[in-house]
Design a protein. Structure first.
Length: 69
């Protein structure tokens, strides 16, 4: 469960940072949320690949547990 929590909190953190930076740059309309979502999505694609791989490995392991043979 830990990799999922780390990845989720990291995504939320990136969104909050993108939101704050865009707000400080002067974007204050409804487009602020859309832009923050896009920017944080792109940033997470680049910055969180290690965490995403950990989540994927955990999900694959739960789906196909190693056999005892």
């Amino acid at each position: 469960m830990r990799p999922v929590v780390v990845y989720t909190l990291s995504r939320l953190g990136l969104f909050a940072v993108a939101l704050a930076v865009l707000y400080l740059l002067g974007l204050r309309t409804f487009w602020l949320l859309i832009a923050a979502f896009v920017v944080s999505g792109l940033a997470s694609y680049v910055l969180l690949s290690k965490q995403r791989d950990a989540v994927s490995a955990q999900m694959a392991q739960k789906r196909h547990p190693p056999s005892g043979n």
